[in-house]
Design a protein around this ligand. Sequence first.
Ligand SMILES: [Zn+2]
Length: 334
Amino acid sequence: MLKVSFFGEAGIDTGALRKEFLTEMVAGIETRFFEGPPHQKSPRYSLTDFDSGLFRTVGEILAVSLAQGGPAPTFFSQWAYSYLCNGQINPTQLDKNTVADSQLRLLIDQVESSTEQSLQGLTDEILNCGFTGAISVQNKEPIVRAITLHAVLRLQPILEQLKEGLQLYGLHLLIKQYPEICQPLFVLGGDVKVNAEFVMASIHPQLSEKGTSKHQVELDLVNFIQDLLYESEEGPEHLADEDGPRSITPARFLQWITGQGHVPLLPSEKKDFAVVVKFNHNCEADFGNHSICYPVVSSCAKTIVLPVKHMKSYSQFRMVLLEAFHLGQEFNNV
Ligand SMILES: [Zn+2]
């Protein structure tokens, strides 16, 4: 079991900190060691990192995250995942969109839009990719093909090293045996994404007795949450603070309250996964006479307490909740 304590933060690891740690770790790995369009990434080509054995470490950390119920590395491209499963690259599945390296992508664009003369200027770069035919505009297609294969095939030893790391906990054996079952852990499929619908299904409001006026107010607030989540899905940009670091999305809303922004992977966790919404109808009791207070989030208990009095309309709710959310991005987890 991985135990985590953040420096300078009073947190007792009941799982929320561990998840937050793994969430940050996996996100950091994605930006540092992978490149390409979102959810279709390939390892970043670096023989320096390869020589230091860093891709083995990457594989080990991904295995730890998967084994400990952390986020799944759902950023792999299909071809890279297939290679991890069966050790083969199927050249017929590769096209120029498989190329993740930005310089080689640029080279492909330059070749495709080249004239006979400008193509000659690219000779060195084309030869470096292993193309051995005549460099002329008639050969644009085989030239692009050579660049594509070069970009992909040179990643083979790096993927091999990653595979070694995945052997931790026998994960690689599982992938090899059950490539289709494991695929959603590495390649984004429709059901892994945290959207407004998923968050709403995870919310368990602690409602007052039916028929009371409190009950009605609480239902309104649940509807406000739903409205805000759908609004954030449509266009997160306009929900951003002027100077706020991150705008709200369903995944970040979930992460704010639970310490994890991904769908739980372990069946046992999926079953118990719930965000508890509580309602504070009497915040004067806590704060005396005051004009504003904010939702209280406890990520260990996966609970948010809403101060009902300050959230009477949707616009009030939205303002108070977003302010608390943006503050929560700065002062997290106590
Ligand atoms: Zn209050």
